[in-house]
Design a protein around this ligand. Structure first.
Ligand code: PEP
Length: 230
């Protein structure tokens, strides 16, 4: 299977810089086997380009309506966007999204036939309790989520590794990915401080089908370098 490289821009990049990024990334991927995805902020949402699928970071589970500050299906369809990112830890832990809200988003976009990048992962205090606690935490996050959905991509992103510069160890990633693969055979990405310096090691781990990258993806040259290193 081709490795997936997904860039989560979070609240970074503008329309102009996203367009420049996509142009470079698209030509870099020409003739390569890796699958490229970019999740820009909503203001920079745009049609997918050759070799790169553009997705929405955090859509609201409605076609349209009175949900100030949110975007829904009508807005996604204008850009022919068919890919969404749901359950990111910043949504859950910084913006306070509940398991129920995340589930509602998942089910809404599943019903619409969207490709869904679904993020799961434990905070530090759970990791410190051991692997059974981690898997218990993940079991709660996937409750009511159809893990057999054919357009599902799972991203395992331990909260304590996101944006901290401190990735999980290869042993931890291998262990948790093997366990998650028993729950679902869908593509499984690792995310959490992936960068040029560690991609080679991470990409080689069994059951890692690609990576979801925040910080180190924001510079297109670094992201392309990462793909070359993998
Ligand atoms: C992310 O936002 O999904 C992420 C993994 O961030 P970072 O690469 O910065 O840790």
């Amino acid at each position: 299977m081709s490795l997936i490289f997904a860039a989560n821009f979070k609240t970074n990049h503008t329309r102009k810089s996203t367009a420049e990024y996509l142009e470079k990334f698209s030509s870099f991927l020409e003739g390569r086997s890796e699958k490229g995805y970019v999740f820009p902020p909503a203001t920079a949402l745009t049609e997918s380009v050759k070799n790169v699928t553009v997705g929405t970071q955090n859509p609201y589970p409605a076609r349209s309506g009175s949900f100030t500050g949110e975007i829904g299906l009508d807005q996604l369809e204008e850009f022919e966007c068919k890919t969404v990112l749901i359950g990111h830890s910043e949504r859950r832990h910084v913006l306070g999204e509940t398991l129920e809200q995340v589930r509602e988003k998942y089910n809404f976009y599943k019903e619409q036939g969207y490709e869904i990048f679904f993020c799961i992962g434990e905070p530090l205090e759970v990791k410190e309790e051991g692997v059974d606690a981690v898997m218990g935490y993940i079991a709660d996050q996937v409750e009511g989520i159809d893990l057999n959905y054919d357009k599902l991509v799972i991203a395992y992103e331990p909260v304590w590794a996101i944006g901290t510069g401190k990735s999980a160890t290869a042993e931890d990633i291998a262990d948790i990915h093997t366990r998650i693969k028993k729950l679902s055979d869908k593509p499984l990405l690792y995310g959490g401080s992936v960068k040029v310096a560690n991609i080679n090691e991470i990409a080689k781990i069994d059951n890692v089908d690609g990576v979801l990258v925040g910080t180190a993806s924001w510079n297109v040259d670094d992201f392309c370098k990462m793909i070359e290193e993998a």
